[in-house]
Write a protein that binds this ligand. Structure first.
Ligand code: DQA
Length: 147
């Protein structure tokens, strides 16, 4: 089983960026966590970060035939990008949306996700642990017999 993991805009600044909200762990730390999860669950991963909507969409399109699922932290595109939502709906890959912070307890403009309606689930508010929980949820979902 092969999983695409995408980090959206500004997540390359993790560790430096608003540490009171996003913590002190870097994106490399998060990637190590995902890689060790993948190893223990015996799945393989492709991990990418981009600050560009179109690049994220290109990765999603390329995953259509290469991957079985998508784990994505769309960053601020969560709240703005119909194009990202359409890409996920278009390829039909089971998708889990994750956020480090609890988007529902923050500013009102973060409460709406354009991605959530095309995702199988959303994990929000557990810091880097959101990725671990989301990854586990996605792999378990993919291992269940599909109706
Ligand atoms: C975020 C939450 C978004 O609202 C924000 O724009 C981000 C990070 C999170 O992981 O908590 O860039 O996706």
């Amino acid at each position: 089983m092969h999983i695409l993991v995408l980090h959206g805009p500004n997540l390359n600044l993790l560790g430096l960026r608003e540490p009171g909200i996003y913590g002190h762990q870097t994106l490399a730390d998060v990637d190590r966590l995902i890689e060790s999860m993948a190893e223990s669950l015996r799945v393989t991963v492709d991990i990418h970060q981009s600050n560009h909507e179109g690049v994220l969409i290109d990765h999603i399109h390329a995953a259509r035939t290469r991957c079985q699922g998508l784990l994505i932290n769309p960053g601020a595109y969560t709240h703005t990008s119909l194009a990202l939502r359409d890409a996920i709906a278009g390829v039909g890959l089971p998708t889990v949306e994750v956020h480090l912070s609890n988007i529902h307890s923050r500013e009102a403009f973060r409460h709406q996700s354009w991605i959530a309606p095309v995702a199988i689930g959303q994990i929000s508010g557990f810091g880097p642990e959101s990725y671990r929980l989301g990854f586990l949820g996605l792999v378990n979902y993919l291992r269940l017999p599909q109706p």
